[in-house]
Each structure stands twice: as C-alpha cells, then as structure tokens.
Design a protein around this ligand. Structure first.
Ligand code: C5P
Length: 222
C-alpha cells in the first residue's frame, strides 16, 4: 500500500499552514506546501516577463522551474534558482498572482508529478486546495479546514501587525474574498471539500483546539 497522506485543504487564512506544520512535526512526516509551488511559479513567471495568462509559457516554466524547500531553524525556506524567495512569495500580491496561474488546467497538470513525489515513507502532510480531491484522491486522511472570511481577514491583520507592518482590514477582506471566489469557481480543481473529507470550521477555535481535533481525526482513520 502507498505511504500515508494526510490531505489538508481549505481557503487561505483558515490556519492550514500552522496546522500542517504541527501535524508533520508531531508525526515525523514530510510536509508539502503546495501553495508555495503556485506562488513560486507566478513569481518566476513575473521575473521572466511572462503574462500570467500565457498558458503555454507557464506550462514550460512549471516543468523546468528550479524550486527547493529547505528546512531551517525558523521554518522551511523556499529557494528559487538558489535565491531565497520565502518572504517575497508571501505578499498579498504574490498570493493573488498564484491564484491567477492556478486557474490554468495545463499548468496544474504540469505540477502534479512534482507534488506527488512528496509522497514518501513514513508519510506526508499535504497543504493546499485540491490535495484530497485531485493530487492525492486516495489520501488516507482528508481534512477540510474552513473559517469565515471575516475571521481570516482579522487573523491576517494581526499577523501583519505582529511583524511590524500596517494593515488595512477592509482591503484585506476584499482581497481574501476575491481570491476565494477565484479558487472556488475555477473549472479545474476548484476549492471544495472531498466527499470523504472531515470538515473543521476554525472560526471560533484556537490553534491548539484545531490541532487536537485534527489529531483525533488522524487517530481514528489510521
Ligand atoms: O495556500 P496559498 O495561499 O499559499 O496558495 C496560493 C494560491 O495558490 C491559492 O489562492 C490558490 O489559487 C493556489 N493553490 C491551488 N492549489 C493548491 C494550492 C494553492 O490552486 N493546491
């Protein structure tokens, strides 16, 4: 049988990043941040002067883009052609650009093998939008982590403020809502729970409560 996959899907800001990091650490599993792959691809495309709707060129870029994840003391760093782009790909603009290249079916197809390569013993925690529906439809555990747009925008504001930046709640709420709509309404691999996913709504939960709930689900399924 294939190595274990715990698929965690959901909209941006629902807390997938924190949850999947904790799950991977406590289970000793690999971690796949699939959103980072879309972010890096969009970033590399912009640098190469490609239009974010130029599917042919983006497919080529997706197949050759030289991307590595490097665990360091303060978390996993994302390296593009030897350059550390961890911070550059985390802006709201980089997220919006990622969601534009992510609507292109052949670009998604071109990134499948790269993502599936992460499935290795002793197991994988996979963070994204389509982990349980498309990339790992046979994942042994599927969690869909949701939260209201308002809560997600508030969390983002706090996150920005805690790193010393100013944040405009209304603007962030609008960006989150727009990116969500693009992710939920695209024709290929739209953001939606797999039929066999367990849904967790984190709106009124702490990080700790979400982690405990997810561990319960993992223990039940494995
Ligand atoms: O999760 P993150 O915010 O880093 O993802 C950025 C964007 O990449 C998402 O808004 C989505 O459009 C796209 N994405 C995707 N499928 C995934 C992960 C991310 O389409 N599995």
């Amino acid at each position: 049988s294939k190595p274990i996959v715990i698929a965690v899907d959901g909209p941006g800001g629902a807390g997938k990043g924190e949850l999947t990091k904790r799950l991977a650490r406590s289970l000793g599993y690999e971690l796949l941040d699939s959103g980072a792959i879309y972010r890096v691809l969009a970033y590399a495309a912009r640098k190469a002067g490609l239009a974010l709707f130029d599917e042919d060129s983006l497919v080529q870029e997706a197949l050759v883009v030289n991307l590595a994840f490097e665990p360091q003391d303060d978390g996993v760093h994302v390296i593009l052609n030897g350059e550390d782009v961890s911070l550059a790909i985390r802006t709201e603009e980089a997220g919006a650009n990622a969601s534009k290249v992510a609507v292109l079916p052949r670009v998604r197809q071109a990134l499948l093998a790269r993502q599936r390569d992460f499935r290795q013993e002793p197991g994988l925690v996979a963070d994204g939008r389509d982990m349980g529906t498309v990339v790992f439809p046979d994942a042994q555990v599927k969690i869909f982590l949701d939260a209201s747009c308002e809560v997600r925008a508030k969390r983002r504001v706090l996150q920005l403020e805690s790193s010393g930046k100013t944040a405009d709640y209304a603007a962030i709420l609008q960006e989150i809502t727009e990116r969500d709509e693009r992710d939920r309404n695209r024709s290929v691999a739209p953001l939606k729970p797999a039929d066999d996913a367990v849904i967790i709504d984190s709106s009124d939960m702490t990080v700790e409560e979400v982690f405990n709930k997810a561990m319960e689900i993992v223990k039940e399924k494995l």
